[in-house]
Design a protein around this ligand. Structure first.
Ligand SMILES: NC(=O)c1ccc[n+]([C@@H]2O[C@H](COP(=O)([O-])OP(=O)(O)OC[C@H]3O[C@@H](n4cnc5c(N)ncnc54)[C@H](O)[C@@H]3O)[C@@H](O)[C@H]2O)c1
Length: 255
C-alpha cells in the first residue's frame, strides 16, 4: 500500500461501521494515525484497537462532545490533518413527505447535517493552526439525483451537506484547507442491507439504475476518501465527488 498519509492525523466519525470502518482501515494502512469517533463504544473501540488508534465515544449531534473530540485529537497526536465527517443515519420512519413526521425529520437533520456543521466548525480552527487540512463530508448521490422512493429528510440533509461543503471549500481555500463532499452511490453496508432486507422490491428498483449493476463495497468508497484526504487531490476543493457506479451519469442502463 502506498504511504500517502504517513504522519497525518485523521478523525473518522461513524468509524465503527460500514464506510467509516473501511476508511479507518484504509487511512491506517496508508500510514495515518486514526481517531475513531462513534456513538457505539463496542464497534468504535474494536476499530480503533485494530489499527492502533484512539477511540473517542461521541454523539456527533452534541456540540460539547464534538468540540472535545477535536481537542482530544490534537492533545493526543499534536495536530489535525484530516476530518472525515461521515456518521449518518437512514431510519425507516424517514420516508415519503406525506408520512414522515416532524420528529423523524428533525432527528435525521441533526445526525446527518447539524453534525457536519459542528464537526467542520470545530475541526477548521485546528487546521488553520496547522496551516493546512483536508475535510471530507459524506453526502450521497441523492444530493444530486431525485428518487421516487423517497427518504425526504435524508435527501434534504445530504443536499445541505453538499452545499455547506462547497461553501466551506471556497471560504477556506487560500488557507490551505480543502473541503470536499463525497457522494457515494448505494453501498453494501449494514445501513443499506437493513433497509433493503425488509423490501427486496425496493432494492431491485434501485439497482436497475446503477450502470455497474451492483452496490459498491465499502472499501471502494474508502479508496476515494483516501484520495481526497491525500495530497493526490491537492487541486480539488469545493467539489461534489461522486463515487456512484455511474448513476448520476445514466439515462438508460444496460440490460
Ligand atoms: N450505505 C450507503 O449506501 C450510503 C450511500 C450514500 C451515503 N451514505 C452515507 O455514508 C455514511 C456512512 O454510512 P454507512 O452505510 O457506513 O452507515 P453505518 O450504519 O454502517 O455506519 C454509521 C456509523 O455511524 C455511527 N453513528 C450513528 N449516529 C451517530 C451519532 N449520533 N454520533 C456518532 N456516531 C454515530 C453508527 O454507530 C455507525 O457506526 C452516512 O453518512 C450515510 O448517510 C451511505
Amino acid at each position: 500500500m502506498v504511504q500517502r498519509l504517513e504522519g497525518r492525523v485523521a478523525v473518522v466519525t461513524g468509524g465503527g461501521s460500514g464506510i467509516g470502518l473501511a476508511t479507518v482501515r484504509r487511512f491506517a494502512s496508508e500510514g495515518a494515525k486514526v481517531v475513531v469517533a462513534d456513538l457505539d463504544p463496542a464497534t468504535g473501540k474494536a476499530a480503533a484497537d485494530e489499527v492502533g488508534g484512539l477511540f473517542v465515544q461521541v454523539d456527533v449531534t452534541d456540540e460539547e462532545q464534538v468540540k472535545a473530540l477535536f481537542q482530544t485529537t490534537v492533545d493526543t497526536y499534536g495536530k489535525l490533518d484530516i476530518a472525515f465527517n461521515n456518521a449518518g443515519i437512514s431510519p425507516p420512519d424517514d420516508d415519503s413527505i406525506l408520512t414522515t413526521g416532524i420528529e423523524a425529520w428533525e432527528r435525521v437533520q441533526k445526525v446527518n447535517l447539524t453534525s457536519v456543521y459542528l464537526c467542520c466548525k470545530y475541526a477548521i480552527p485546528h487546521m488553520q493552526a496547522n496551516g493546512k487540512g483536508s475535510i471530507i463530508n459524506t453526502a450521497s448521490f441523492v444530493a444530486t439525483m431525485g428518487a421516487a422512493t423517497s427518504q425526504i429528510s435524508y435527501t434534504a440533509s445530504k443536499g445541505g451537506v453538499l452545499a455547506m461543503s462547497r461553501e466551506l471549500g471556497v471560504q477556506f481555500a487560500r488557507e490551505g484547507i480543502r473541503v470536499n463532499a463525497l457522494s457515494p452511490g448505494p453501498v453494501n453496508t449494514p445501513l443499506l442491507r437493513e433497509l433493503f432486507a425488509k423490501d427486496p422490491e425496493r432494492a431491485a428498483r434501485r439497482l436497475v439504475h446503477v450502470p455497474l449493476g451492483r452496490f459498491a463495497e465499502p472499501e471502494e468508497i474508502a479508496a476515494a476518501v483516501a484520495f481526497l484526504a491525500s495530497d493526490d487531490s491537492s487541486f480539488m476543493t469545493a467539489s461534489n465527488f461522486l463515487v456512484d457506479g455511474g448513476i448520476a451519469g445514466a439515462y438508460v442502463t444496460p440490460l
